[in-house]
Design a protein around this ligand. Structure first.
Ligand code: ACO
Ligand code: PYR
Length: 574
């Protein structure tokens, strides 16, 4: 082992250097970096070169991620996600559990014929069942028949599980681990041994836990991955466990953490600091119960903070894209507050923050948003100062007009006092700026609207009548819809599309309503936010009223007005 002169931790290990023998391009690059890039801890007192170690990223989105509540990937989703992960340079992709279901079995058939650029595909399964030969076990057979080059076998560390869950003797569990790994190795596969409940097991019965790991190492496991299966371990306990295993057996160690104590990232980093060379996790942290460690955060921390070699060159800049891609595939909403890649990760709201960020961006940013493919946003709210308004009005070239900034700020504060919120309604804010600046041109003048909902033969029927003036012509139109907003939208299109043809390419994509002073019961005010899109942009608008139809109407009119102004080129660079 070669030791780092800065920390003497031995984290620069021979197996990193040995990776020269690995034919995969990501590993070759890692070795190329060994000679050219500085280690995060400083110099290396080995053969006189300065190195940057690679930490392997092992993605289990398609297996442990699928165990998350509400997550269900189709075969096609799995293949597409795996391809994306491979392109970004993930080292291992766990495709599923071939014994579990035909979809996972089919995944491996398809994967066997695909051309993987960087990743090794892994099939996952448990040790053989009790009291049979590994070669007779259908789970073992499914793993081998999957033809995956890597097999990940999960086995029991904790004597509680051996005695009470499997209900086998401690000796039989050791044999199950040994036989299963030896059998898969004899079939020529790389084996990763996922030691389940590693830290709970080690805490309960350290001697027995060590015997299970020893059995795995002696049977030929290429790596022992220490799993914090229940997610209850603390970082210092993780570090102690990883160090103990390494010291005793000298094997390559991985770390697999669940997030039940909100510590999965801290625990995985503690594992790496103690010497783990592989991190198993999922994209966006989806997974069983509270999920797994989020490999997005792990990749960013390892690369940007600790200067480890992960993913391909440029891969870190694509983390935001990857995160959103997986959310779309999983049919899940993005998590705004997600570190690094969330929509709010670089969103500045407090006036003092925006003032500082305008002067020097990293005064309130731990990394540049671009380094992970994200973007800085400035929010407007009652907590804004003139700096927020200045930043938001740059695209209108109004940032120099101090009197106007104050007028806009006052208008925002008054409207927010009435229940408006512009953070999630940037298009309504842009219209407000134009109104204050005198550049807003009203697209039409409303005379009145009326909405009628009838319950005819138990099927509700909704229609809306609108009377308005556009281009000096009075229009009286009727629209039908599934509900009041849909009917108003349909009528408004009928009245306006001949004057503003661009409206035909606009669609409403989301409608949200929230009660804002719930103590008033049915007289409460409601805030409606509507999201709309056309071929190039998505925008949100807001309306507030005591009447839900009127709040919807205000947000809807803003959506139309914004599109009309956008098509005129009046809203700056969107
Ligand atoms: C920590 C983790 O995330 S591990 C992965 C967990 N993921 C999943 O369970 C999803 C995929 N699982 C499945 O599709 C199914 O559970 C299967 C196909 C694996 C097994 O299905 P079944 O045979 O119907 O068994 P079931 O799920 O009810 O129970 C598990 C059986 O495996 C045994 N078992 C559990 N862990 C192990 C292990 N590490 N080694 C050997 N046997 C084990 C249990 O003792 C039980 O057998 P028993 O009833 O004879 O006691
Ligand atoms: C293997 C695994 O998923 C776990 O122990 O959490």
């Amino acid at each position: 082992m070669n030791f780092c002169t800065s920390c003497n931790a031995g984290h620069l290990k021979l197996h990193n250097l040995n990776s020269t023998t690995d034919t995969q391009s990501s590993r070759r690059k890692s070795v190329w970096l060994l000679q050219r890039s500085p280690c995060r801890r400083g110099k290396f007192d080995g053969p006189g070169i300065i190195i940057m170690s690679r930490i392997q990223l092992y993605d289990t989105t398609l297996r442990d991620g699928s165990q998350g509540e509400g997550v269900n990937f189709s075969l096609q989703d799995k293949l597409m996600i795996a391809t994306k992960l491979d392109n970004l340079g993930f080292d291992y992709i766990e495709g599923g559990y071939p014994l579990s279901n035909p979809k996972d079995e089919e995944f491996f058939k398809r994967a066997a014929d695909m051309d993987w650029k960087h990743a090794k595909v892994c099939a996952f399964g448990m040790t053989r069942r009790k009291e049979i030969d590994a070669s007779d076990d259908i789970g073992m057979q499914a793993l081998v028949n999957s033809k995956a080059p890597v097999v990940t076998i999960v086995g029991k560390t904790w004597d509680l599980h051996v005695n009470e869950v499997l209900r086998v003797s401690l000796e039989e569990n050791l044999a199950m681990i040994r036989d299963s790994i030896a059998y898969v190795k004899s079939e020529g596969r790389e084996v990763i041994y996922d030691a389940e409940h590693c830290f709970d097991g080690w805490h309960a019965n350290p001697d027995y836990a060590m015997q299970t790991w020893k059995a795995a190492a002696e049977a030929g496991a290429d790596m022992i991955c220490m799993c914090d299966t229940n997610g209850g371990t603390l970082p210092e306990q993780i570090a102690a466990g990883v160090s103990a295993l390494q010291k005793e057996l000298g094997v390559a160690v991985g770390i697999h953490c669940h997030n039940d104590s909100e510590l999965a990232v801290a625990n995985s980093l503690a594992g790496v600091n103690a010497g783990a060379v592989q991190v198993q996790g999922t994209i966006n942290g989806i997974g069983e119960r509270c999920g797994n460690v989020d490999l997005i955060s792990m990749a960013a921390n390892l690369a940007l903070k600790m200067h480890y070699d992960v993913l391909v060159d440029g891969g870190i800049k694509r983390l935001t894209e990857l995160s959103r891609y997986v959310y779309e595939m999983a049919n899940m909403n993005f998590r705004n507050g997600q570190p690094f890649v969330g929509n709010s990760a670089f969103a500045h709201k407090g006036g003092m923050h925006v003032h500082a960020v305008n002067r020097i961006a990293h005064s309130y940013e731990h990394i540049t948003p671009e380094s992970v493919g994200n973007a800085r946003r400035v929010l407007v709210s009652e907590l804004s100062g003139r700096s927020n308004i200045m930043a938001k009005t740059t695209k209108f070239r109004l940032e120099e007009d101090g009197v106007l900034q104050t007028k806009i700020l006052t208008a925002v504060q008054d409207l927010e006092n009435d229940g408006y919120q512009f953070e999630a309604a940037e298009a309504s804010f842009d219209l407000l700026v134009m109104k204050q600046a005198g550049t807003y041109q009203q697209a039409f003048e409303l005379d009145h609207y009326r909405v009628n909902v009838e319950n005819q033969s138990r099927e509700p029927v909704t229609d809306a009548v609108i009377k308005l003036t556009v281009d000096n012509e009075v229009q009286l139109v009727v629209g039908e819809g599934d509900g009041p907003v849909n009917a108003l939208d349909s009528a408004l299109r009928k009245a306006l599309t001949s004057s503003y043809p661009g409206l035909s390419e606009m669609t409403l994509v989301d409608y949200k309503v929230r009660v804002i002073n719930s103590t008033e019961g049915t007289a409460a005010r409601v805030r409606v936010v509507i999201e709309s899109k056309d071929k190039t942009d998505v925008w949100s608008t807001v309306g507030v009223s005591e009447n839900i139809i009127e709040a919807s109407w205000i947000a809807l009119v803003d959506a139309f007005e914004y599109k009309i102004h956008k098509d005129r080129g009046a809203v700056g660079d969107v």
